[in-house]
Design a protein around this ligand. Sequence first.
Ligand code: ZN
Ligand code: ZN
Length: 750
Amino acid sequence: MEEGERREGVIAEVAPLIPTSRTYTFTVPEGIEQSLTVGQRVRVPLGRRGRLVEGFVVCLDRKVWDSTLRPIDSVIDAASFLTLDLLELGREIAVHYACPLGRTLKAITPEAVRRERGLKTVRYARLIQTPDEIRDSGKRIGKKRQAVIDVLANAVETFPVERLFEQTKASSVVLRAMVREGWVEIVARKQIVDAKLPGQPLVEPGFALNEEQRNALERINAEIDSNRFSVTLLFGVSGSGKTEVYIRAIRRVVSAGRQAILLVPEIVLTTQLVGRLASRFSDVAVSHSGLTDAQRSLLWHQVAAGDKKVIIGTRSAVFAPCPALGLICVDEEQETSYKNLQAPRFNVRDVAIMRGKQHGIPVVLGSATPSVETWYNSEHRSHYRRIVIHRRVKDLPMPDVYIVDMRDEFIEQKRVVVLSRLMERLLAETLHRGEQALLLMNRRGFANRIYCPACRTRIICPNCNVNLVVHTAGGQSICHYCRSRIETPTVCPNVTCGEKLIQTGLGTQRVEDVLTKLFPRVRIERVDSDTMRHREQYQRIVDDFEARKIDVLVGTQMIAKGLDFPFVSFVGVIHADTCALASDFRAQERLFQLVTQVAGRAGRADTSGKVVVQTTTPALPVLKHALGHDYESFATEELRSRQRVGLPPFRRLARIVLAHPREETVRREAEALYGRVREAIDSLSLAHTDVLGPTPCVLSRLRGKYRYDLLLRTLNASALRGLLCNLEESGTLRTKTESIIVDVDPVTLT
Ligand SMILES: [Zn+2]
Ligand SMILES: [Zn+2]
């Protein structure tokens, strides 16, 4: 082509899978002009050398173009696995979370579907001339050819080639010859094979909603009927029957011929919970980590075809390709497992809201302990509603809660104890009555600190700046971040010292150990990610506990979530201190949520419950509120303090983390980046915007890399988007460190 020559044709805008926020345009070769659709994956040449890169077609347009444009190299997918809705959602996620569009779109379409896993090419044959025409052709028709003609003539449209061979005993040679004669045509179709989806028996527990539940349902139904976007916070204490409200709201949507998505957090029990929920619907698609690729593909296609009306699942279910979406429910909206830990670092709850807005449909967020952001929004934003369910189903009373100051316990008993005297007495009484107990210890292992009493040397992970945790099994100590293990040292590694090392700090193993000694005849099981390597193991313990073959369950927050045991009348929280949970601005919130959740497990049936919380910080207001089951006071107080220091929801945050094997490099780069960001903020004269840092992260070294972070703070989301976009386009975020992560709306600052 001559320089400057102009032509008219189809131009494709492509979002490539490279770290860039921009898209590129290419011409569409004539051969694929007819078939290429938006959302399809293609290979395109990039850079001066024309390196081939995978990307998504995000726009097609007929335009006049000049010779500088290069053509698309080839097409990867036979079809698009992105609906236009999802493409639009992808654009919004990419902008909000400062993630390249190509990478975002890749995260939206499930790998199994994109790679056509579980799909097989099946060949079909059909007649393209009538039997009469074939006979009139005067060509020789042998017995086998005649058999093929007979079968195909009776087939509805097409007939699978494999079955044709079986039925007619004709060979592929015979069939090929018939194709050459122009009598038969072979069409290949990709089909899902061998993907049996587990069936769900329909179960209908026949209980009526109480008045509060009925009111809640009526208000949500009104939102559904109004056919417009809204966000409803369904705030109800644990055991208040929120699930039943979702189920009935979803049924209303389905009966109007539309689809609904119900999102549940990723916890060990997800499969069981989801199974239980799924049994309440027909035409339900259940998506969780236990599915095979073929099952995943099959589900996706069924949802896209509108055959599945209800989609229940974890994170990725928010991207279900529903053609007729009418409602999205997010259960336990505050759960941190809704945050995606890789780019795009989206929060599923927030994506659900984006999607609801896009489709103009209601979104329901349910929780007993909402995130304070959601609580604030439900009070201050016009498209939010708030519905409160105060009472537990069957009017169960809230449990009695006692707080024990472990510092007093230390003074009075003159030693560090695992169980306070009150905890021990109430536990003994519970077991004596033949009832069950849950004990929460939110840390795994036996001890989490090994140190030398003489020279104060601390044993830390060789790759990370964190304490190694002693696990008695195998005499090993493990880093809970990089999983490296070493033989637990017994003497100080400091060559001039050599003193005997001391192990302190509680973990679940230690609690189990103490309990076994105190109550030798009691059946105790420990539930944490050390003992629960497999779902089946966990399921067995849950079943045994339900069947009352176990008296006491000791565990991490795994035992606080999603379980409902009727014979638990005692719950103990061994160590309720914020420092044991998180080391950032959400620590108070986490502590409140955890204590409330686990306390809610006590006395759910006809036995009224007792809860003991052990702490060294009994004066913390958050504990007082958790124990009084007083979410509103907690939220009011927490919001007041967040407003004072300028944290979400009053400001929006983006955290930038730099990591590099050399500390000097990462510190220098972080400081330089800070300077550039400051300049950008000044030159844009953005109000209420600042950058904090740079400081070493709480986890200052992780997997062999030193880490520093900066915190961007703006007044609202759109200001944050604007700033990040500017930093990205001006190349401000380019550093010499091995990695740089931008985390918008971070859930943790470690
Ligand atoms: Zn020492
Ligand atoms: Zn480590």
